[in-house]
Design a binder for this molecule. Structure first.
Ligand SMILES: O=C(O)/C=C/c1cccc(O)c1O
Ligand SMILES: [Fe+2]
Length: 312
């Protein structure tokens, strides 16, 4: 087994509400380098820890963790639509192995996934079908959340499973860092929004377009006094990156969901996918990691970061 880890922010506003051309070029260059590394590594399996944003998972049954044996991209915000190449047998074996590790995880034999899963796959592999993949969805957007220590344990269980495979495995974490897009909360929501959050699968094209327009509008004012959403928090982001890069993973066990939401934004919890990815690698042995990139990008509503790691 050889493991490579890449954790990176996603943002559906890339290409829809871009910052200046120098920043776009900078990110394009970082992503091109990451993609070239993936190409050289030539993974035999990708395990992607990803969030969902009320496209596949709703409050009619909201699991903390889900593994998909089959997944279809909804193609939101112009991302690639259609089926992912999910390795069903590995997904099932991973599910059994996690359950045997005393971690509860849900299983889906037909999951819809969104930009939170597919953007990173596309950016790093050019497609949704290039490599056999197992999506592991971690609820990061729909509170209440499993505690961070539980996410670390999930990652460790995945790492122990990967450690027993005779394969090159690329482990991805996608989402974060600090940010708060205009995703509604169930608590106190008006009836129409509550109904969407509970069972809003397969929205009409008009509803999807309205949602996307709201996000683009928020991107245009994010970080200005006109915007009520929690702003980006570069200090928090850089501290978190250091925690992972310096191997201080046990510190995440004390992370407070409420404190992170209020200081860095409600969607910052997508960093749970990074925690799981690093915990998986750490379970296979000591690692070395590096920060490839960080920049707070208001236009994308993203504390935008890329970090990489491999066995030491
Ligand atoms: O779910 C949505 O509609 C928007 C999600 C979003 C917006 C901005 C940055 C992100 O990382 C997102 O996931
Ligand atoms: Fe997201």
């Amino acid at each position: 087994m050889t493991v490579m880890v890449k954790c990176l922010s996603h943002t559906p506003l890339r290409g829809l509400n871009d910052p200046g051309v120098e920043v776009v070029d900078e990110v394009d260059t970082v992503l091109a380098q990451a993609r070239a590394e993936v190409e050289r590594f030539d993974p035999e399996l990708i395990v992607i820890f990803a969030p969902d944003h009320y496209n596949g998972l709703f409050y009619d049954l909201m699991p903390p963790f889900v593994i998909a044996t089959a997944a279809d991209s909804v193609g939101d915000y112009g991302t690639l639509p259609g089926p992912l190449r999910v390795d069903r047998d590995v997904a099932l074996a991973l599910t059994r192995s996690i359950l045997d590790s005393d971690i509860d995880i849900a299983l889906s034999h037909r999951l819809q996934v969104d930009h939170g899963c597919t953007q990173t796959l596309e950016e790093l592999t050019g497609s949704l079908t290039r490599y056999p993949t197992v999506p592991v969805i971690i609820n990061s957007v729909a509170p209440p959340f499993a505690p961070y220590r539980r996410v670390r344990k999930l990652g460790e269980a995945v790492g122990r499973f990967i450690g027993g495979l005779d394969k090159r495995v690329l482990v991805l974490g996608t989402g974060g860092l600090s940010h708060e897009p205009p995703v509604p909360l169930l608590a106190g929501a008006p009836e129409e929004i509550a109904n969407f959050l509970i069972a809003g699968r397969n929205p009409t094209p008009e509803a999807r377009a309205a949602r996307q327009a709201r996000t683009i509008a928020a991107g245009r004012i994010y970080g200005t006094p006109d915007c009520h959403l929690t702003p980006l928090n570069p200090d928090w982001d850089l501290g978190f990156i250091d925690t992972l890069v310096e191997g201080r993973l046990d510190e995440v066990d004390t992370f407070s969901v409420e404190e992170i939401s209020s200081t860095a934004g409600r969607s910052t919890h997508e960093i749970r996918t990074w925690v799981a990815a690093f915990a998986a690698l750490a379970a296979t042995g000591p690692y070395r990691a590096r920060k490839d990139y960080y920049r707070p990008i208001n236009e994308w509503i993203a504390g935008y970061g890329v970090i990489s790691a491999e066995a030491a």
